[in-house]
Design a protein around this ligand. Structure first.
Ligand code: COA
Length: 180
C-alpha cells in the first residue's frame, strides 16, 4: 500500500468492482477508449488487475480517500502487451470517476507510483501513452515531468481506421525523476 497526503493506493477488494463498473460505463470517463465496458467486462478487468497485484506486489492500485470514499478509480504501474512497438516496458496509467477530476488526485497518486517505480523497483524508465486527443491525460503526464517522445504509434489492439488508434508516447527516466 502507498499513501499520499490525501490518498491511499491499495490492493483491490471485491467491493471495488461495482463502483469500478459504474465508472467504466460513464461515457465521459471512457471517451478516449474504443467503448464503455459492460459490467461483466469491468468485473473481469478488476479481477485481472487484482491478480496481477497479488502476483507482482504492484500494479494499477485502487485509489481511496481515507475516511471518505472507498474507491475513486485507479492509478499505477502495468506491463502492457508485448505487441507495443516500444515493449518491453512498464507504463503508468490512471482512470478516475468523474466527480474526482480537477482536484489533482491523478497527479498526486501518480507521483507516489513513480516514486515506487524508481526508488523501490529501480526501473530505468517509465512510459505512458494515450490517444492523441486525450489532452487531460497528457496534461497529467506533463505535470509529472514526463516528456513527449514524439514517437506516435498505432495501438495494436485498436482498429487502424478507428479515430482513437493513433497514440502519443510519453516517457521519463529514473535520472530525470530524481533530478526534479
Ligand atoms: C485523465 C484523468 C485521470 C485526469 O484527471 P485530472 O483531474 O484532470 O488530473 P489531475 O488529478 O492531475 O488534476 C489536475 C487538475 O486539478 C486541479 N486541482 C484542483 N485542486 C488541486 C490540488 N489540490 N492539487 C493539484 N491540482 C489541483 C488542477 O488545477 C488541474 O485543473 P485543470 O485540469 O483545470 O488544469 C481523468 O480525466 C480521467 O480519469 N479520465 C478518464 C480516463 C482516462 O482517459 N485515462 C487515461 C487513459 S490513458
Amino acid at each position: 500500500m502507498l499513501t499520499t497526503k490525501r490518498l491511499r493506493l491499495r490492493q483491490w477488494t471485491e467491493d471495488d468492482f461495482e463502483p469500478f463498473a459504474d465508472m467504466c460505463s460513464d461515457e465521459d470517463v471512457m471517451a478516449f477508449f474504443p467503448k464503455c465496458l459492460s459490467r461483466e467486462e469491468s468485473f473481469a478487468m478488476g479481477r485481472r488487475v487484482m491478480t496481477l497485484i497479488d502476483q507482482r506486489g504492484w500494479g494499477f492500485w485502487a485509489l481511496e480517500i481515507p475516511e471518505q470514499t472507498a474507491f475513486i478509480g485507479f492509478t499505477g504501474l502495468h506491463i502492457p502487451t508485448d505487441k507495443m512497438p516500444f515493449s518491453p516496458c512498464v507504463e503508468i496509467g490512471w482512470r478516475l470517476a468523474k466527480p474526482y477530476w480537477g482536484k489533482g488526485f491523478a497527479t498526486e497518486a501518480a507521483t507516489a507510483a513513480l516514486n515506487y517505480a524508481f526508488n523501490t523497483l529501480e526501473l530505468k524508465d517509465v512510459v505512458s501513452f494515450t490517444t492523441v486527443s486525450n489532452k487531460r491525460s497528457q496534461a497529467v503526464m506533463r505535470r509529472l515531468g514526463m516528456r513527449d517522445t514524439q514517437r506516435n504509434f498505432m495501438h495494436p489492439d485498436i482498429d487502424l481506421l478507428h479515430p482513437q488508434c493513433e497514440h502519443v508516447l510519453y516517457a521519463i527516466s529514473q535520472s530525470t525523476w530524481k533530478s526534479l
